[in-house]
Design a protein around this ligand. Structure first.
Ligand code: IFM
Length: 456
């Protein structure tokens, strides 16, 4: 069974739900420019999205009704510091303080993510993450967050999915700022991002009003052993922490983003493979990046199969014809929530949170006015069953945050994907609780006892 202290939560991000207000004093972020260029699906933007900035009181009341007690959300850097550094937007301070106070009134513990991709355009105009000062800029922002919110909040995450905002943002160009940069720039960017994480940890601790707890929330598909044969397990582990992605996709990598943070060095295999492209990396950089933190977060959605070939080397196994997929085409592979945490815990030995996991479905309002999403219930039941399996195997998994509370602005996919527990009609802003949210409510209430894996 799940331990009594297991954290059941939900996650969101600022840009995806808040919306804007003409008079809110927020600065532009890179996603505004991306949307203005018509790059997201159907020309969508996040000007209104869920209008959460005007509706958070109702939204937190709904969370309370649904028994949500832990909520991971992000502060928008560009909203809080319109130029990215320097001036602080007092309206944003007031809004986020009120939001957190409101959460707490509803019995909800806040977990703040510092950076979920709302990069200030003013800093992007100075080179963004490629600028050598970018770690200091992020540290300044982290200090402002700690100064203004640490009296209300104990838990912080620095970066959400650095693999995505570096790779999709600067290598493939699929995400804002939409660049396709030469490889050596992308390695410099990632190094700066990791230094920014380290500097933010220092700044958070220095400026916090109380002792706080800090984590980091990277991601990546999980290499799954095709069978339980120990050779397949070894092959999968080798791929999970190895360097099998093509160079033009290189940021889909676990160890390059997590070894420096938790082990204090880049992995040898990567240092060799990437040698021609690497920036100057000093011992002082590595010390900075490896600031002790309290837990590891990992966003986990799916995996791919690997087996040991005849020569013992890993081989990728093709998916079965007609394999199960979510609405956005992601494979349904519940075992990723067993093997991912297991491999991560073995390598890093850190207490672990699943900081995001969930499913986009073809949700619609039925004739009875409800949103029936049996596929999402099935998905979550199976995935959480694998969390249980990892716990039973001794993995120090402390919590799980479902992605996400409200249907929202899904970045380049606009409003084409619905990941929420709560359906949002984007024309009227009406919220309809989906069946899966009532189901998750029971999971939380019973501490996982109603999961199929825990029923006789
Ligand atoms: O919506 C995103 C989130 O912002 C980052 N992780 C994946 C989610 C689903 O695509």
């Amino acid at each position: 069974m799940f331990s009594e202290n297991f954290i059941w939560g939900v996650a969101s991000s600022a840009y995806q739900i808040e919306g804007r207000d003409q008079a809110d004093g927020a600065g532009a972020c890179v996603w505004d420019a991306y949307c203005e260029q018509g790059k997201s699906y159907d020309g969508a933007d996040a000007t209104i999205t869920c209008d959460h900035m005007h509706r958070y009181k109702e939204d937190f009341a709904l969370m309370r009704q649904l028994g949500v007690k832990h909520y991971r959300f992000s502060i928008s850097w560009a909203r809080l510091m319109p130029e990215g550094i320097g001036r602080v937007n007092e309206q944003a301070v007031a809004m986020y303080r009120d939001m957190i106070t409101e959460m707490k009134k509803n019995g909800i513990t806040p977990y703040i993510t510092l950076f979920h991709w709302e990069y200030p355009q003013a800093l992007q105009d100075q080179g963004g993450w490629l600028n050598e000062h970018s770690p200091e800029w992020f540290a300044e922002y982290a200090a402002v967050v700690a100064e203004n919110f640490s009296d209300l909040c104990e838990y912080f995450f620095t970066l959400n999915e650095p693999q995505c905002f570096t790779g999709l943002g600067h290598l493939s160009g699929a995400h804002a700022p939409g660049y396709k940069l030469p490889l050596q720039y992308t390695f410099q960017i990632v190094h700066n991002v990791l230094k920014a994480h380290g500097m933010a940890v220092l700044a958070l601790r220095e400026h916090a009003k109380h002792p706080i707890k800090i984590g980091y929330a990277p991601t990546c598909g999980v290499a799954l052993p095709a069978t339980d044969d120990p050779r397949d397990v070894e092959a999968a582990k080798k791929v999970y922490f190895g360097f099998y992605s093509d160079l033009d996709n290189w940021t889909w990598n676990v160890s390059w983003f997590s070894d420096p943070v938790f082990l204090g060095h880049y992995p040898e295999e990567g240092l060799k493979k990437f040698a021609p492209y690497l920036p100057k990396i000093t011992e002082a950089d590595m010390e900075l990046i490896a600031q002790p933190i309290d837990f590891m977060g990992q966003n986990v959605y799916n995996g791919y199969l690997v087996r040991a070939g005849a020569d013992g080397e890993p081989e990728f196994v093709k998916r079965a014809p007609g394999y199960a997929k979510t609405a956005c085409g992601w494979p349904v592979t519940p075992e990723c929530l067993y093997w991912g945490p297991k491999f991560l815990y073995e390598r890093y030995g850190m207490p672990l949170f699943i900081t995001e996991n969930g499913m986009s479905c073809h949700d619609m309002v039925s004739a009875d006015g409800c949103v029936h999403d049996p596929n999402r219930i099935e998905f979550l039941d199976r995935y959480l069953g694998q969390v249980q399996r990892a716990l039973d195997d001794g993995v120090d998994l402390r919590g799980y945050f479902e992605w996400t509370f409200l249907d929202n602005f899904e970045w380049e996919k606009g409003y084409n994907e619905r990941f929420g527990m709560v359906y949002v009609d984007f024309q009227t802003q009406k919220r309809i609780v989906k069946d899966s949210a009532y189901w998750y409510q029971k999971v939380m209430e019973t501490n996982g006892a109603i999961l199929s894996c825990n029923r006789p």
